[in-house]
Design a binder for this molecule. Structure first.
Ligand SMILES: O=C(O)[C@@H](O)C(=O)COP(=O)(O)O
Ligand SMILES: [Zn+2]
Length: 215
């Protein structure tokens, strides 16, 4: 991959990171973003960086073995990102946020750990699908990578208990769109709690999955 192409990806991470941060989808220095490179390595946001103020030149570049090639020290969740990529060869980017409504759902005592949010809307099914809950781990625990590895082959998005969403997409733009859709649907789910909302039927979900296959 040429240096200009890698620099364009660095710029895109900074632009979309700022967009997410400016809309309050993650706070402070929370969240991290990565993009897979053609040589098998990755760009990852540095640890303790604010997604709203990323310097493209300081974004970490790792080789296929996870060694830092340039930029600052990568996110402490690099284990989590690389585990998800290993299970999802079709995915080109991953976004992890502390988006409030998704985090709120991740703290509820009664969510279905196999699927935390019901299929309320068509777009949610098209972009996210079934959302499993990953048991709580301390941030940066390599065990989080192992826990995600068992799920990521079948799910492009997972919800870390008492923490937040991790969403993969074919491209960075696709991963950001899916993360936004997840956050909006988490908000709807919380708005509708206690009202026995009518979700989509299994037949309606199956039709959407056949017509609009996810990555
Ligand atoms: O919650 C955490 O500590 C991490 O998952 C996170 O969101 C930010 O960590 P860094 O990417 O290492 O800054
Ligand atoms: Zn986090």
């Amino acid at each position: 991959m040429s240096a200009p192409a890698i620099n364009a990806l660095r710029d895109q991470i900074a632009t979309l990171g700022q967009s997410l941060f400016d809309r309050g989808l993650t706070m402070g220095s929370s969240g991290n973003i990565s993009v897979r490179l053609e040589d098998g390595g990755w760009l990852m946001t540095p640890t303790n960086a604010c997604l709203g103020r990323l310097d493209p030149a300081r974004i970490s570049r790792l080789d296929r073995d996870g060694r830092l090639l340039d930029g600052d020290k990568p996110t402490k969740e690099h284990f989590l990102h690389t585990a998800m990529y290993q299970e999802r060869p079709q995915s080109g980017a991953i976004v992890h946020l502390h988006s409030a409504h998704s985090v709120a759902v991740s703290c509820l005592p009664d969510v279905d750990p196999c699927d935390c949010i019901p299929p309320l809307t068509a777009y949610y099914v098209m972009r996210v699908g079934r959302l499993p809950l990953v048991p709580y781990h301390i941030p940066g625990d390599p065990g989080l990578g192992d826990a995600v590895r068992g799920l990521a082959g079948r799910h492009s998005a997972v919800l870390l208990a008492n923490h937040g969403p991790v969403v993969a997409g074919k491209s960075l733009e696709a991963a950001v769109y899916a993360t936004e859709e997840l956050e909006e649907t988490a908000r709807l789910y919380l708005l509708l709690r206690g009202q026995n909302p009518r979700g989509l039927s299994p037949e309606q979900v199956a039709e959407l999955e056949a017509r609009f296959p996810r990555d």
